[in-house]
Design a protein around this ligand. Sequence first.
Ligand SMILES: *Cc1c(COP(=O)(O)O)cnc(C)c1O
Length: 432
Amino acid sequence: MKNLNTKRSSKLFNEAKKYMPGGVNSPVRAFKSVGSDPLFIAMAKGQYIYDVDGNKFIDYVGSWGPMILGHAHPNVIAAVKKTATKGTSFGAPTPYEVEMARLVRKMMPSIEVVRMVNSGTEATMSAVRVARAFTGREKIVKFAGCYHGHFDSFLIKAGSGATTFGQPDSPGVPAGLAAKTLVADFNDIGSVERLFVDNMGEIAAVIIEPVVGNIGVVVPENGFLDRLTELTRSNGALMILDEVMTGFRLARGGAQEIFGIKPDLTTFGKIIGAGLPVGAYGGREDVMRMVSPDGPVYQAGTLSGNPLAMAAGIAQLKILDRQKGLYGQLEKNGKLLEKGMKRNLEKLGLGYEINRAGSMFTLFFTNQNVRDFKSALTSDTSKFRRYFGEMLKRGIYLPPSQFEAAFISTAHTERDIEKTIAANYDSLKIIG
Ligand SMILES: *Cc1c(COP(=O)(O)O)cnc(C)c1O
């Protein structure tokens, strides 16, 4: 198998490194953990992504989640074009924001009132501020390996980029603030119970990724989210479901629809902006009315509810809301890919783990059942690195880290899945 020609990417990267930290604007993009230079992207369309050297790949990154309809979906592009000609930002309310709020509320009934922001990080940061104000308490509980953006309070055992770089805690986070964040173990309700006992009356909220995506995919065990919701309620704390990744991906109504839970607050990002910079938080009316200007909790944004971002998000959400069989197709292709990879592993006598929830999946290079942060960390990252390189050579663009979820879009066809299964077999055969 020939190596890729990546001359132009490498040239750009060398220049980028001079002006930007690591040559990138977000760490995992740097391909550090897979030991190569990142590819610079020229364009993407549907299920394909093209780099500046003219290589074409089937893309399973999907901009890290937003592109559930594939890249450059005609409705999204048309909406952005049409909106842009009328001006890109006004700093005043627009009809788009009303339509977006109405749509979100319709698709996810637990969202009674919603506030748009500009990223998932802003959404989780603001949700926690509101929860603290509402309960008059300061501590929060998060789960090891869950990533909720890069706000100080969440950079504690934060999975993903932080794990990839072996820096679970970041310097620059005040110790006093970090001390307000308590860490429990995913799929271990006892670990949460103990925190509530030891910090009685002090915990404002529990925040969780309902299906973890940021240590690779980890699925909640039966009843775990139900019991967590009960426990949180009975202790007078708020349940914040971080659906930045799972929202509108696992189902029309997100993970909360699938698992039948009703969080007090939910955070969004990624899909809600269709690839433009957006986030949102919302939920119970009595809690959300705490937010300024209805209430005293200050939170603002010059570009929040930006018309281009709203138009793109609305165009994407409308399709997700209305197109029958869309989530069924994602599940079908997800299952096909999972089965094919499992068959490959069996044929080759390898016992690696595949975790999947709908259109999110991860192949972990470990023989252990991956159900939390600790078990995810048993993965052989040097094997992943080689696997990533072999897949790339075969035209498959995976997330460049063992600890990330890969995403299927509605643009992926059965043929794409079959090609991917074949590449998976050939790659695993080489690296073992
Ligand atoms: C991506 C992500 C975030 C952060 O969103 P940004 O838009 O990158 O700030 C927060 N929570 C989860 C679960 C995510 O996957």
